[in-house]
Ligand binder design. Structure first.
Ligand SMILES: NC(=O)c1ccc[n+]([C@@H]2O[C@H](COP(=O)([O-])OP(=O)(O)OC[C@H]3O[C@@H](n4cnc5c(N)ncnc54)[C@H](O)[C@@H]3O)[C@@H](O)[C@H]2O)c1
Length: 318
C-alpha cells in the first residue's frame, strides 16, 4: 500500500515540476538580488572569471577575487570597480595549494566576512596526450581543477550551513561529461587529465548538491556549469567542424549565461544546448557508433592546432 501511495506522490510531483519548468519557459524565473552578497570567484584574473566579476560588480555584490596571476587579478579589480560601486577584495592564491587556500580563506573571513556565493572557476589544461604529460602536470590538473573545490567548499560551507544561506558554483566543462578530444591512432585521448578532473569536479558538486538538498534539506543552492569551448584563450587554436551545431562560445555570452543561471538558482547549465542531445545519444549508441559520430562532429581535430595558455610550463619538469 505504501509503495502505491509513494508512487502516486512521486508521479504527482513529477507532473508538478514538469509544469513548473514549462511555465518558466514562458514566464522567466525571477532573478535573485545579490546586492551585498559576498561573492568569491577563483581564477578571476582573466577569461570568464573576470567577466563574471564585472557582472556581479554591476549587481552590487561584494567581490572577493582569487587568482595565481596577481597582475591579471588587479586588472579585473580595476574593471569591476569601474562597473560597480561595491567593494572589491583581491587575493593572490594558488588554488592548487591546500595550505595556501586555507590560509587565504581565513584571511577573507577576517577581512571581508563569510562568503555567500562561492564560484570555483580556476582551471588549467595541459593539452598534452596521456603519456606525454609529466606527472607533476597530472597532479596539478587534479589539484587546480577539482581538489581546490574540496578545500574551498570545506573552508566556506560551514558558515553557509550555519546561516542556511549560500550558493556553490562549479565551473566544470563539457569535457566533464564526455571523455573526448584529439585523436591519437584510433582513440580519442587528448587532455585526458583535464577531462578526468572535470568529471571529478562535476561528480563532487552533484554529490554535494544531493547531500545539501536531499539529505540535509538546507537552503544552500548549487549551480554546475558544463560549457563547450569558450573563446577565452584557454583552448587557443581549437576549432570545431560544424559550428552551427557546436559553436565556440563567445566569452561574454558564456559569462552572462552563467551569472543568469546563478541568479535564477539553476542547478545545471550546459552550453550549447546541443551538448544535452549528445549526452542522451551517447548512452544509446554503441561505442563504434559513438566513434563514428565523434569523427562526424570533428572531435578528432578539435585540438589539432591547440596552443592554449600553459601556466605550468615554467615550473619544474618531471
Ligand atoms: N575556455 C573554454 O573553452 C572552457 C570550456 C569549458 C570549461 N572551461 C572552464 O572555465 C573556467 C575558466 O576558464 P577560462 O576559459 O576563463 O580560462 P582562463 O585561462 O582565461 O582563466 C583561468 C584562470 O584561472 C587562473 N588559474 C589557473 N591556475 C590557477 C591556480 N592554481 N590558482 C589560482 N588561479 C589559477 C588563471 O590564472 C586564469 O586567470 C576553467 O575552469 C575552465 O576549465 C573553459
Amino acid at each position: 500500500m505504501d509503495a502505491i501511495v509513494d508512487t502516486f506522490a512521486f508521479l504527482g510531483k513529477c507532473l508538478y515540476y514538469f509544469l513548473e519548468s514549462a511555465m518558466y519557459k514562458i514566464i522567466p524565473k525571477k532573478k535573485k538580488d545579490v546586492a551585498g552578497e559576498i561573492v568569491l570567484i577563483t581564477g578571476a584574473g582573466s577569461g570568464i572569471g573576470r567577466l563574471m566579476a564585472i557582472h556581479f560588480a554591476s549587481l552590487g555584490a561584494i567581490l572577493v577575487l582569487w587568482d595565481i596571476n596577481e597582475e591579471g587579478n588587479m586588472e579585473t579589480c580595476r574593471l569591476a570597480k569601474e562597473k560597480g560601486d561595491g567593494q572589491v577584495f583581491v587575493y593572490t592564491c594558488d588554488c592548487g595549494n591546500k595550505q595556501e587556500v586555507y590560509r587565504v580563506a581565513d584571511q577573507v573571513k577576517r577581512e571581508v566576512g563569510d562568503v555567500t556565493i562561492l564560484i570555483n572557476n580556476a582551471g588549467m589544461v595541459t593539452g598534452k596526450e596521456f603519456l606525454d604529460t609529466p606527472d607533476y602536470m597530472v597532479e596539478k590538473s587534479f589539484l587546480v581543477n577539482v581538489l581546490s573545490h574540496v578545500w574551498t567548499y570545506k573552508a566556506f560551507l560551514p558558515a553557509m550551513l550555519k546561516a542556511n544561506h549560500g550558493h556553490l558554483v562549479c565551473i566544470s566543462s563539457a569535457a566533464g561529461k564526455f571523455g573526448t578530444s584529439g585523436l591519437v591512432g584510433e582513440y580519442f585521448t587528448l587532455c585526458p587529465y583535464y577531462s578526468a578532473s572535470k568529471f571529478a569536479a562535476y561528480g563532487l558538486a552533484e554529490s554535494l548538491y544531493y547531500e545539501l538538498t536531499l539529505t540535509k534539506k538546507t537552503n544552500i543552492k548549487t549551480t554546475i556549469v558544463c560549457p563547450f569551448f569558450i573563446k577565452t584563450g584557454m583552448f587557443e587554436g581549437c576549432s570545431t567542424k560544424y559550428s552551427f551545431l557546436l559553436p565556440l562560445l563567445d566569452q561574454n555570452y558564456a559569462a552572462q549565461s552563467i551569472v543568469n543561471a546563478i541568479l535564477k538558482d539553476e542547478v545545471f547549465l550546459v552550453m550549447p544546448k546541443f551538448i544535452i542531445f549528445l549526452l542522451i545519444i551517447k548512452e544509446m549508441l554503441t561505442p563504434k557508433m559513438c566513434l563514428a559520430f565523434g569523427k562526424y562532429l570533428g572531435m578528432d581535430i578539435f585540438m589539432t592546432n591547440f596552443k592554449g595558455k600553459n601556466l605550468e610550463s615554467k615550473r619544474r619538469s618531471n
